[in-house]
Design a protein around this ligand. Structure first.
Ligand code: SF4
Ligand code: SF4
Length: 419
């Protein structure tokens, strides 16, 4: 699809909202001061408000007299495919849809949502980055974007019995909880399956897993393709309904969690018959409620710990107090806070699918440097995160800059400290 029908469709669908948002912009520049890619590179085209310029122009040129006049008099050119291609580089290669710019805007403009709309337009026009298109096709074909197909999941789930003596609870009807992992975990954090089984069994939770709802990853949300988003989320939604669970637990996926919890009710136009939670929320609550016991101060071991707020789980998801409660208990006064935390946390630079776009590596590692500076300032040698994608980016970044900083997930810490 080329830009004309694509932008017409998006502007038509979002016209009023887009107009009210963009007309409120005072060009104050505060969103730019929040954007890690702009701050790290100093490039004017990476300012958040510039990333939504195609939408503003498309709206103005179609629906306002001044816009129509500008095009008719040749003051401004009508947007073309080539323009949108250039914006693909800005909106996909220099933005993690972290949402910090929206929080910084004094006019309350939802800039990151507008950026997501531009990304959807670029994708519909067939101009999304090749790396993301490839991952999307792979997930539609085999269930996971990184090629971890059903046979890999079968082997992983089977390995639970070999490692722990506990059989994987597959498709248990009437279970309380459906646990949904990500293929990043099978690849790089296989122990999450064993550690989480230990925690959930100790807490007396009747949980289940399912081959039909095994990967919370949703390339539709990342690339901005509503059809793909619906199809992938629908698999999990239908499995949860079929099994009759009361809740879905997303292990470490950030956007998978917010897609299921926040987007799915709107996408399907129905109230969910279960609630969606994340390990960042569940594990600390299990400790608080006395359902599992951990050794207090277990991680007071000469290291300094800090916590990385993930954009989806913490800023958007609002799960900020719970992981801190667990970390204070486990690491005591060796847990230190960075300067930019909670809803003001700095993106690690690796979200929004940017890790799947090789052309964005320079931007991604430049943005990571801001996070690195905060980690070094607080003197931490261990960074804890509840998102597996952030953990990969942090590990990558520390390795790239030759820094001896360890990255840990909350699941492994809680399992290790359990009494
Ligand atoms: S969403 Fe984040 S990365 Fe994207 S423009 Fe806004 S601040 Fe920058
Ligand atoms: S912070 Fe808000 S008002 Fe200021 S330039 Fe950015 S979008 Fe416009």
């Amino acid at each position: 699809m080329s830009i004309e029908p694509t932008m017409n469709l998006f502007v038509k669908k979002t016209g009023g909202w887009v107009a009210s948002q963009l007309e409120a912009c005072t060009r104050c520049g505060m969103c730019a001061e929040a954007c890690p890619y702009y701050l790290a590179t100093g490039k004017a085209e990476y300012a958040p408000i510039w990333k939504v310029e195609p939408l503003r122009r498309a709206y103005e040129q179609r629906f306002t007299l001044i816009g129509k006049l500008k095009v008719a008099l040749g003051v401004e050119k009508a947007l073309t495919d080539a323009d949108l291609k250039a914006w693909s580089k800005v909106d996909f290669e220099a933005c993690s849809v972290c949402g910090k710019c929206s929080g910084a805007c004094p006019m309350g403009i939802e800039i990151s949502s507008l950026i997501a709309t531009v990304r959807a337009g670029i994708t519909a026009a067939g101009l999304a980055p090749a790396g993301l298109v490839e991952k999307t096709e792979m997930q539609m074909k085999c269930g996971s974007p990184n090629g971890m197909c059903e046979d890999e999941y079968i082997k992983w789930f089977d390995s639970l019995e070999e490692k722990t003596g506990v059989k994987a609870p597959l498709d248990v009807k009437g279970a309380d909880m459906l646990v949904v992992y990500t293929s990043l975990e099978i690849k790089d954090k296989r122990h999450n399956l064993y550690d989480l089984a230990k925690i959930l069994n100790a807490a007396g939770i009747k949980w289940t897993i399912s081959m039909d709802a095994r990967d919370a990853f949703n390339m539709g949300s990342i690339i901005g393709n509503p059809k793909v988003q619906k199809e992938l989320a629908g698999k999990i939604l239908n499995t949860a309904k079929k099994l009759g669970v009361k809740q879905i637990l997303v292990t470490e996926c950030g956007h998978g969690f917010t897609t299921l919890r926040d987007a799915v009710p709107n996408v399907f136009g129905e109230e969910l018959p279960f609630f969606v939670t994340h390990i960042a929320e569940l594990l600390p609550n299990l400790i608080k409620e006395g359902k599992i016991k951990v050794k207090e101060g277990y991680f007071k071991n000469g290291h300094t710990y800090t916590f990385h707020d993930s954009c989806k789980i913490q800023r958007q998801g609002g799960i900020m107090d719970e992981p801190r409660y667990a970390l204070k208990l486990l690491a005591g006064d060796t847990f230190k806070e960075m300067d930019s935390i909670r809803e003001n946390g700095l993106c690690c630079g690796g979200g929004g699918g940017i890790r799947s776009i090789p052309e964005a590596n320079e931007n991604r590692l430049a943005a990571f440097k801001l996070k690195l500076a905060e980690v070094e300032k607080v003197g931490a040698d261990v960074v804890v995160s509840t998102c597996d994608n952030c953990q990969l980016q942090l590990k990558d970044g520390f390795k790239h800059y030759n820094k001896a900083v360890e990255v840990k997930g909350l699941i492994e810490m809680v399992a290790e400290a359990m009494i």
